[in-house]
Design a protein around this ligand. Structure first.
Ligand SMILES: [Zn+2]
Length: 68
């Protein structure tokens, strides 16, 4: 349940392998002007995680309680 680490710092749209908290599927991540949104193509879970950009990539943080 910790932050996901992404190395593709320049990409605004990317996928997190095994990024879905519910089914472990590939999580599609889209970063827009109002924040980030994620979508799992396997179980159709949609979330709006927090994005933290650091020198070594983007961290996607799913706040506790948003699952579902
Ligand atoms: Zn899923």
């Amino acid at each position: 349940m910790g932050p996901e680490h992404v190395t593709e710092a320049e990409s605004r749209d990317f996928a997190l392998e095994k990024g879905c908290l519910l089914c472990g599927g590939e999580l599609q991540v889209r970063v827009g002007p109002t924040g980030a949104g994620t979508f799992c193509g396997r179980c159709h879970w949609i979330s709006r995680p927090h994005m933290h950009r650091t020198d070594d990539g983007i961290h996607v943080v799913h706040p506790a309680g948003l699952v579902g």
